[in-house]
Design a protein around this ligand. Structure first.
Ligand code: URA
Length: 186
């Protein structure tokens, strides 16, 4: 059994896929190691790669707004990605890259043991729920996944590109918190 800091160290030295050759920093994830709500995105962008932190660019600012609007703080949740290294040009991670990296995420979920997992976008959905995952069809629903409740929603970058997704994005985040409230009060 690894600790989060041991895993982070392993990630920083990882050479399991080609993304290691272009990264400036691996972006392990951050937040509370006892978070009840975990957000999972696709992979680091330019700013994340430079700073070694998840969701610190424009999409991250929108995610921050959402987290704050829910009465939460970035420090109280946990934020991670499917792949820990930036795909060049922010392309979607290849299946083999995601497959090499997903073990780190599995450990993170196991150690943090969140109650609710919010999947941000279709890459997160496809790699966690399955290859048939469709964001437009499955967002806004609660998916029972073993002991976890999963709420898929749009990736914040997609919301920034298309304003019409904003209302659904907010309502999905609110759903995640509502579900969490129900679990907590059980
Ligand atoms: N997009 C993601 O999916 N993850 C980040 O960390 C930043 C942007």
């Amino acid at each position: 059994m690894y600790s989060l800091s041991e895993l982070e160290q392993l990630c920083s030295e990882c050479k399991k896929c080609r993304l290691c050759s272009t990264r400036k920093n691996a972006v392990f994830g951050e937040g509370s190691d006892r978070a009840d709500i975990m957000f999972i995105g696709e992979g680091p962008g330019e700013q994340e790669d430079l700073q070694g932190r998840p969701f610190v660019g424009k999409a991250g600012k929108l995610l921050d707004k959402g987290i704050e609007a829910l009465g939460l703080s970035r420090e109280s949740v946990y934020i991670a990605n499917i792949v820990k290294c930036r795909p060049p040009g922010n392309r979607v991670p290849e299946d083999d890259e995601a497959a090499s990296c997903i073990e780190y995420l599995r450990w993170q979920v196991k150690l943090i043991d969140p109650k609710v997992i919010v999947l941000l976008g279709s890459t997160a959905g496809r790699n966690i729920i399955g290859k048939d995952f469709r964001i437009t069809r499955q967002r806004g629903n609660v998916i029972e996944f073993g002991k976890f409740k999963i709420v898929p929603t749009y990736h914040p970058a997609a919301v920034l590109r298309d304003d019409t997704k904003k209302a659904d994005f907010w309502s999905d985040l609110k759903l995640a918190v509502k579900i969490y409230g129900q679990i907590k009060n059980c």
